[in-house]
Write a protein that binds this ligand. Structure first.
Ligand code: NAP
Length: 498
């Protein structure tokens, strides 16, 4: 059961924070950093410290990898059913403590409680999905075409894995990696984002209570990400690196991982286009754009970053979107009226504001917002920019804030060209009543995921991931577990030939 109520009070907040582990989880033991180092986790709606927790050193990182390596062989030998049931118990526990997880995410990341609850449901679902996939890991057996031997293909866990996760979805980005790794029989070291590590600490505690053996999951939050994870990536005992974060950091990690020819999964940045055609159901298109733009306050890799609207409906669509965005209440995420919380920190807010300012200087029209909210916390007004010229800087970078740049186009061909004019390729959305056009777009857009007449595609039962510089690998779906499995082939002599 949750410690806090569905409408949490300041006393609930204090009780929840006081209940959390504050150490590093290494080999089943919560311990302080080897040098006693700590850091503060900040509430982005006030700028105040929420809790002080241990900050791992490189020696702690090494101890975490030792623990993962030590636990790997016995863990790989556990019955699939046993791993499945740990995941299923963890799903039940996270669901039962939904209010605790939701409040914690709201406190450290800022999103409104309703959105945090949505993330708890989404994040927990990976635990249930992969508990169900655990018993279905299978290989194949065949007679060689010439009949002279038998071919056995088996799946083995990749081995000790390092997970590095971002701050924007503190639970889901962890469960998307941890659940399939548990299902496959891999051990892990998790380095959560320094801005939002508390959710990972609570989740690790829940997993231990669900029966995860010591050493299978080790958690090393730190303020020295590169110094702590670099030596692990260089260690030949590590077999896999799964990273979710910016393309810039991902690129560097791929280069580091190349030294050990390490298997990598990279869930990197996005620059999603959202296309609205003249024949679209405009109500659906506006609803979809609101979801794709403002979910998570715009701080999502899947956020609609470039809203491309066909000329015939551009005026009406922009007017309706502006109206809807203007009605969003900006408030601390714990306030029941809050529709939009703070951005995660001051540097994120400055970057968003700078992109808006430069778009206006480049010729865009400011239809709504465009201002930093004065006072405590890192709030930014929902913003709409219309007539954004192709080539504006805001169209080539991830905005990561509540800003909707609208670009007008004339033909489908032009829309596809504009949509693909980016180094990213995570997701695209389109709104049209023409099914043939929808199918053409599904084939022509250079993305890993495509939402047709919907502003959200994330689903634990579907493969999430990008192409181009949005990364490599897939999380979720039946594909998600493959990231943690190796294929081993065993050649067997013809059993009829003595
Ligand atoms: P980030 O700056 O790349 O950080 C991501 C993680 O990498 C954090 O844990 C960070 O630690 C760590 N890190 C930073 N530098 C590192 C280094 N040199 N060596 C090892 N680890 C390092 O990204 P972010 O700002 O947290 O997250 C936003 C980005 O994530 C956006 O680009 C977004 O599109 C992307 N994202 C992608 C997906 C997807 O599935 N494709 C999902 C969500 C987010 P610190 O916390 O200490 O900096």
């Amino acid at each position: 059961m949750s410690i806090v109520s569905a409408n949490p009070t300041p006393a609930d907040e204090r009780a929840l924070l006081a209940s959390l582990p504050t150490g590093l989880l290494i080999d089943g033991v919560w311990r302080p950093a080897s040098d006693g180092g700590t850091f503060d986790v900040i509430d982005p709606s006030t700028g105040d410290a929420l809790l002080t927790i241990a900050s791992a050193t490189p020696a702690d990182g090494a101890a975490a990898l030792d623990a993962a390596v030590g636990a790997q062989r016995p863990w790989a030998r556990t019955a699939p059913r046993e791993r499945a049931e740990i995941l299923r118990r963890a799903f039940d526990a996270v669901t039962a403590r939904s209010d605790d997880f939701a409040l914690l995410m709201t406190l450290e990341m800022g999103k409104p409680l309703a959105e945090s609850r949505g993330e708890v449901a989404y994040g927990a679902e990976f635990l249930r999905w992969f508990s169900e996939e655990t018993a279905r890991i299978a290989g194949r057996f065949a007679m060689a075409p010439d009949g002279n031997s038998r071919l056995l293909v088996m799946k083995r866990p990749v081995g000790p894995s390092l997970f590095i996760t971002p701050w924007n979805f503190p639970l889901a980005m962890a469960t998307r990696k941890i659940a399939p790794a548990i299902a496959a029989g891999c051990t892990m070291v998790l380095k959560p984002a320094a801005l939002t590590p508390l959710t990972a600490l609570l989740f690790a505690q829940v997993l231990s209570e669900a029966g995860l053996p010591d050493g299978v999951l080790n958690v090393i939050q730190t303020t020295r990400a590169g110094a702590v994870t670099g030596p692990l990536i260089a260690d030949s005992r590590l077999r896999k690196l799964s990273f979710t974060g910016s393309t810039e950091v991902g690129r560097r990690l791929i280069a580091d991982a190349a030294q050990q020819v390490l298997r990598v999964s990279m869930e990197l940045g996005g620059n999603a286009p959202l296309l609205v055609f003249d024949d679209a159901d405009l109500d659906k298109a506006v609803d979809g754009a609101m979801l794709a733009k403002l979910r998570n306050g715009g701080e999502a890799c899947t956020a609609a970053n470039r809203i491309l609207v066909q000329r015939g409906v551009a005026g009406e669509f922009s007017r309706r979107l502006t109206e809807r965005m203007a009605a969003h209440t900006i408030a601390r995420g714990t306030d029941p009226a809050s529709k939009i919380g703070p951005l995660v920190d001051e540097s994120t807010r400055q970057k968003v504001h700078e992109l808006v300012t430069s778009a206006v200087a480049e010729g865009a029209t400011l239809a709504l917002g465009g201002r930093v909210v004065q006072g405590a916390g890192y709030f930014y007004e929902p913003t709409v920019l219309t007539d954004v010229p192709a080539g504006a800087r805001i169209l080539s970078q991830e905005i990561f804030g509540p800003v909707a740049p609208i670009v007008t186009f004339d033909t489908e061909e032009e829309a596809v060209r504009l949509a693909n004019d980016t180094e990213f390729g995570l997701v695209a959305y389109a709104f049209t009543r023409d099914l043939n056009r929808g199918l053409r777009l599904a084939e022509e857009l250079e993305v890993g995921m495509f939402g047709l007449n919907t502003g959200i595609v994330s689903n634990p039962a579907a493969p999430f991931g990008g192409v181009k510089q949005s990364g490599t690998g897939r999380e979720g779906g039946i594909e998600g577990i493959e990231e943690y499995l190796e294929t081993r082939y065993v050649g067997i002599a013809d059993p009829y030939r003595e």
